[in-house]
Ligand binder design. Structure first.
Ligand SMILES: NC(=O)c1ccc[n+]([C@@H]2O[C@H](COP(=O)([O-])OP(=O)(O)OC[C@H]3O[C@@H](n4cnc5c(N)ncnc54)[C@H](O)[C@@H]3O)[C@@H](O)[C@H]2O)c1
Length: 357
């Protein structure tokens, strides 16, 4: 088993990674004596797939738990679902000593974490991420929250889990498109922080896409190590943590301009290629390194250019209203070499036009 610590003083917690880990969650929770009562929160689809295994693991350790579900998908990440779940917890008589277990993808993690942050002014929670995106990104770092019609993730809080259990075999049931969604974030870590990891991804494409357990565990552990390091240096995104937004400036705008038909990871992949292109045009990044970034993203079957049917003016409109835009200046994380990035607000508008073409 691989174990990584997210170092946040008294709020530090371990991330455990292993094939088949779901079966050991009960014993670990018992050993850590995190709580005397547990409630699993999952979307209905993931509950059907994995809640039995988790309940068995808990039962084997002498822990009984309840299960609460909600319909799968981003549309559930709202205050109504939070309200429904909070009421269900209250009806079950769940008190402050209980712990929630988020079993699912990023939607479940964000909902459960936010619910844990506000139910009875805060109860414990743990994460069992089941999508690649959740295993390498959303389950680590304590960002929780829900959407409102005015925007994604506008209501939420920073609230850290007690522990994160990553079972790499859970990815076996994940549809390919969801795997690729997560791969965009995986490649991101190589570009922003770790040139060796970038090469590892280039060398192990077949093993990764075939879900070879050893390579997967290595890959996911590296992503978690990088995210843990960044978060422990800048938990609330005052500075360094902003580098995790690499590819997301143009990515978010493209995603929104497609009316969310384009999956998040696909949009981020396009955003990363665009950012590398901007950096190369500004002579911040060598052109051959920009081409390596382009090639790796393409090698994993991710898109590398803005779909021709997307309205460029709409994309630019979304860039101007991005949460991180300041005084009309768009926020960019740009690579200066593979493994290193810089934050800038100084990208000329005509350069943005050029790369969007
Ligand atoms: N908190 C953070 O730091 C952070 C970071 C990145 C993204 N996010 C959030 O994460 C969300 C996206 O997460 P996601 O892509 O995991 O979406 P998701 O949770 O909706 O999962 C995607 C789909 O996969 C299904 N699924 C989950 N695990 C499965 C498995 N093992 N086998 C088969 N199907 C499975 C789900 O039922 C769902 O339909 C967004 O809301 C985004 O805002 C949060």
């Amino acid at each position: 088993m691989k174990q990584i610590e997210v170092g946040l003083g008294e709020r530090s917690y371990p991330i455990m990674i292993a094939a088949g880990l779901l079966a050991d969650v009960g014993v670990d929770l018992k050993q850590r004596s995190i709580a005397d009562r547990y409630v699993i929160i999952a979307d209905q689809y993931v509950a059907d797939l994995y809640s039995r295994q988790l309940l068995d693991s808990l039962a084997a350790a002498g822990i009984s738990a309840e299960l609460l579900t909600f319909p799968r998908g981003e549309a559930s990440k709202n205050l109504t679902v939070i309200n429904d779940l909070a009421r269900a917890l209250a009806r079950l008589g769940v008190d402050r000593k209980a712990c929630l277990i988020a079993l699912g993808g990023g939607v479940t993690g964000d909902i459960t974490g936010f619910l844990a942050a506000i139910y009875m002014r805060g109860i414990k929670f743990v994460q069992i991420p089941t999508t690649l995106l959740a295993q390498v990104d959303s389950s680590v770092g304590g960002k929780t929250g829900v959407d409102i019609p005015e925007g994604k993730n506008l209501i939420g809080s920073f609230y850290q889990p007690q522990s994160v259990y990553i079972d790499t075999t859970l990815l076996d049931s994940l549809p390919k498109v969801e795997l690729l969604n997560g791969m965009a974030e995986v490649i991101k870590y190589g570009i922003i922080y770790d040139a060796d990891f970038f090469r590892f991804l280039a060398d192990n494409r077949r093993e990764v896409l075939n879900l070879e357990q050893k390579v997967l565990a290595e890959m996911i552990a590296t992503c978690c190590r990088i995210k843990a390091e960044v978060v422990s240096l800048d938990e609330k995104e005052a500075d360094l943590r902003r580098i995790l937004n690499f590819g997301h400036t143009i990515g978010h705008a493209v995603e929104a301009a497609s009316d969310f038909r384009l999956a998040h990871g696909m949009a981020v992949a396009i955003g990363m290629v665009a950012a590398a292109d901007i950096a190369a045009e500004q002579q911040m990044l060598r052109r051959d390194e920009a081409l390596q970034i382009y090639a790796l993203i393409k090698k994993y079957g991710l898109p590398v250019s803005v779909p021709p049917d997307l309205d460029r003016r709409r994309i630019k409109g979304y860039l101007k209203t991005d949460k991180k835009t300041v005084g009309g200046k768009v926020f960019f994380v740009l690579p200066t070499q593979i493994g290193l990035v810089e934050i800038t607000y100084d990208v000329p508008e005509k350069l943005i036009d050029l790369v969007l073409k």
